[in-house]
Design a protein around this ligand. Structure first.
Ligand SMILES: [Zn+2]
Length: 251
């Protein structure tokens, strides 16, 4: 699988469907926004999908009456429901404090462990080099994930992990969502509706990121239409009705 991916020239479209995929996102819902259509498409074909979320989502509300513990519990339930909608097999919640992520050696070690455990053929994460990206968690999560990819492939990084059958691991491709320089597209025309349905599972995020899509049909239609228009614009260059776009790296 790794050789197959490395022979693809950029710009390019449509990776062969991988056996195993993993996402590393800062918050619940980042993977659905960034790659939900691609994940749903591949899961439908039989790919094993693991969604890893680094933070607990505890800053994700505009509602002053929402308590922190209530929010964290809701977001974990929402993330599992969204993953189920996409057809993902596993959800891993690392439960670090939302808004306070940084690319530390401890976080790299933790992510390296999960990459070596899950053994994804393709890994999705944030583009930490995206210019003017405001959210500090997105920058930190993307950089920690990429540093962990480098560590996971070499046996001298975190060697204490490599016992009891644990092996080093190198994904065939790393795809960065919301990328600064796009060179890879996936056709999500057939899975777009599943992406929207998965996003709607994140009910607590309705007011902040989905225009109150969960509260009435007009808002829902407007949200789906906005996402559809954006996905259509994304698909124009490769000639897909609806697409997600990425920067693809070969580790
Ligand atoms: Zn986020």
């Amino acid at each position: 699988m790794a050789n197959l991916y490395s022979e693809l020239e950029a710009p390019h479209s449509e990776l062969p469907r991988p056996d195993r995929v993993m996402t590393i996102g800062a918050h619940p819902d980042d993977a659905e926004f960034g790659a939900g259509g691609t994940l749903a498409k591949w899961a439908d074909g039989g790919t094993h999908v693991t969604i890893l979320v680094i933070s607990d989502g505890s800053k994700g509300t505009w509602d002053p009456s929402m308590g922190r513990e209530e929010l964290v519990a809701s977001r974990a339930v929402e993330q599992r429901a969204a993953a189920e909608t996409l057809g993902a097999t596993d959800v891993i919640m690392l439960s670090h404090v939302d808004g306070e992520l940084s690319n530390t050696r401890d976080l790299q070690e933790e992510l390296c462990y999960w990459i070596r455990s899950v053994k994804p053929d393709v890994l999705f994460t944030h583009d930490p080099w995206k210019r003017y990206m405001l959210h500090p968690d997105h920058r930190a999560a993307g950089m920690a994930a990429i540093d962990a990819v480098v560590a996971a492939r070499d046996h001298l990084f975190f060697p204490e992990q490599l016992r009891d059958g644990m092996q080093k691991h190198r994904p065939g491709a790393v795809c960065l969502w919301s990328a600064d320089e796009i060179d890879h597209w996936e056709d999500i025309s057939a899975s777009f509706d599943v992406k929207v349905a998965a996003l709607l599972k994140h009910s607590t995020q309705g007011p902040t990121t989905m225009g109150d899509a969960q509260t009435d049909q007009a808002n829902l239609d407007a949200f789906a239409e906005r996402l559809r228009r954006w996905s259509a614009e994304t698909g124009a260059e490769p000639g897909y009705a609806l697409a997600e776009a990425f920067k693809r790296l070969t580790p």
